[in-house]
Write a protein that binds this ligand. Structure first.
Ligand SMILES: [Fe+2]
Length: 274
């Protein structure tokens, strides 16, 4: 397996199989099978916990701008509402708008190092509850239906340490983002301020890289050491990217405790009305 030693600062552009950091290369026109075969270099493919996988694939989801809830202009790491969330994401540009639709990544190890020592110590001790049941963001009927019936068909609440020790590099990375509901033992009002404070270091331009997609590009990132954001600035133009994910490992805190899922509740299917 290729290891991905994240550097403490900045991003390295991938050179074929060097295994550094995020990688972006024009990979021509891969199909789903070739994308998944490529992703398999990094571990085992894993489907999305509630959306599942596209027909005929093990893990691929279609992120298409005409579908409900597909514009993920929110800072997040993929799937942190489950305990062992994906360690690697492989994203393929299929249809790219004439302008806009960039992806921005943040290096959460660099963000941790940015924190003054007392805030590092605070982060080291904090735990946060992540959930996929964060509330639908728009009033659109299609978005609401998708959110209720698919995205939250199983509701998860998982406690992660705010700082996890990267299993391959030993670096400390921040585990936060949009799926955070609250901090353990901290009232919501104070918690929101803390989240804003930590996120401001994560999203600082110094800790980010921005990618302007071309069709056929492939982006690969270590989901344990990054957050990302899809810039929603392309209006009605079509944007389609397809995502494969690799099974993750259970986050481990600075004091060697593991993440734990507290709630995993599958909704009852609606009763048939005849
Ligand atoms: Fe994502």
């Amino acid at each position: 397996m290729v290891s991905i030693p994240w550097q403490s600062r900045g991003f390295k552009i991938w050179a074929a199989q060097s295994g550094d950091g995020a990688l972006f290369r024009d990979r021509g026109h891969l199909d789903d099978a070739e994308q998944e075969r490529f992703a398999l270099r990094f571990g085992n493919l894993v489907p999305h916990p509630t959306i599942g996988a596209s027909k005929g694939t093990a893990s691929i989801i279609d992120v298409d701008s005409v579908r409900p809830a597909s514009r993920v202009d929110l800072w997040h790491s993929d799937g942190t509402f489950v305990d062992a969330y994906p360690k690697i994401t492989v994203l393929r540009g299929v249809v790219i708008p004439p302008s806009g639709g960039d992806t921005v990544w943040s290096n959460t190890a660099a963000a941790y190092l940015d924190l003054p020592l007392p805030l590092q110590r605070l982060a080291d001790e904090l735990w946060a509850v992540h959930t996929n049941d964060y509330g639908v963001r728009t009033s659109g009927e299609a978005d609401k239906k998708y959110y209720d019936e698919i995205f939250t068909r199983t509701i998860y609440e998982t406690e992660h340490p705010v700082v996890r020790v990267h299993p391959e590099t030993g670096e400390r990375t921040l585990v936060l983002g949009y799926y955070v509901q609250r901090f353990v033992g901290i009232p919501k009002y104070d918690g929101q301020k803390l989240l804003d404070l930590f996120q401001s270091h994560i999203t600082a331009p110094e800790n980010t890289v921005r990618w302007n997609w071309k069709e056929g590009d492939l982006a690969i990132w270590d989901n344990r050491a990054t957050q990302h954001y899809a810039v929603n600035d392309y209006g009605d133009a079509r944007r389609i990217v397809r995502r494969a994910t690799i099974d993750g490992d259970l986050p481990v805190s600075v004091d060697r405790r593991c993440s734990v899922t507290r709630i995993k509740a599958t909704k009852q299917p609606p009763a048939n009305v005849t």
